[in-house]
Write a protein that binds this ligand. Structure first.
Ligand SMILES: [Zn+2]
Ligand SMILES: [Zn+2]
Ligand SMILES: [Zn+2]
Length: 254
């Protein structure tokens, strides 16, 4: 499980949306609105929930429940009660003050929900870092495409999985195939091992220079790669001997 503090570094992308209020005024308004909503149906523990909201709104990042718990433990230990916090976070979501994002392979995260604002996400599959982005052209294009399909879009999520800049920078120029990431396109640069290994790979149609896409690389099960439209299963021992580099860009011919 990744540490949430690691995932929250970096500047928040400016959301697509109306030129807004400054965050403080906005948060103040949201607090008042939340209080009104809670009072409207005589919710329990309103004062405590407002304190949780204050803490949640003071963090401009994606928070896991455990992450929130960590902050509460420091700032408001009297509110430390996982079930209460969970229930309160679910209320924030239900009433439109927070959004719960469930990214693949990660603990769910909560983020602010500012009315009329929208952004999308990059998720690093290696370190778990989440980066936000917003792009007007992309949003327009999505609506344009929906129109072509006579589809009336209500909401969408764009999640782009991959490796963040820091994780890419930490990589060796060539790595063993077993460490290549799902979805990655790589080229074979060296084959370690003798003639036997070369021959086995040769039988599969693989040699130095071949371009592969990693279809599935999980700790359990075989490594599946695609080469020229065929899926190949490569066992761990063999994968270890295949050195690859990340070269192929999407759209580039192999
Ligand atoms: Zn979007
Ligand atoms: Zn990363
Ligand atoms: Zn976000």
């Amino acid at each position: 499980m990744f540490d949430f503090f690691r995932s929250v570094k970096g500047k928040r992308a400016k959301d697509v949306g109306p030129e807004g209020l400054d965050p403080q005024t906005q948060h103040q308004q949201e607090r008042e609105q939340f209080q009104e909503v809670l009072q409207s149906f005589n919710a329990s523990r309103i004062e405590e929930r407002l304190k949780v909201l204050d803490i949640f709104l003071s963090v401009e990042e994606h928070l896991t429940l455990s992450g929130l718990e960590g902050i509460i433990r420091e700032k408001r230990p009297e509110l430390l009660d996982r079930e209460f916090l969970k229930e309160t976070m679910e209320m924030f979501c239900q009433f439109g003050f927070a959004q719960k994002q469930v990214f693949e392979t990660q603990e769910p995260v909560y983020e602010h929900h500012h009315l009329g604002m929208h952004h999308d996400h990059f998720i690093c599959t290696r370190c778990g870092k989440i980066q936000e982005f917003a792009n007007q052209n992309l949003e327009r294009l999505q609506h344009e495409i929906a129109r072509q399909f006579q589809f009336h879009p209500l909401q969408h999520k764009m999640e782009i999985y991959g490796l963040c800049a820091a994780c890419m920078a930490q990589r060796e120029p060539a790595l063993s195939l077993q460490y290549a990431a799902n979805g990655e396109r790589v080229r074979i640069v060296t084959i370690l091992g003798g003639r036997e290994v070369q021959a086995r790979l040769g039988d599969m149609g693989l040699a130095v220079g071949a371009c592969l896409e990693i279809v599935s690389n999980h700790s359990s099960g075989p490594l599946i790669v695609a080469n020229k439209g065929a899926r190949l299963a490569i066992n761990a021992g063999l994968a270890q001997k295949i050195m690859v580099s990340h070269v192929c860009r999407h759209g580039e011919e192999s």
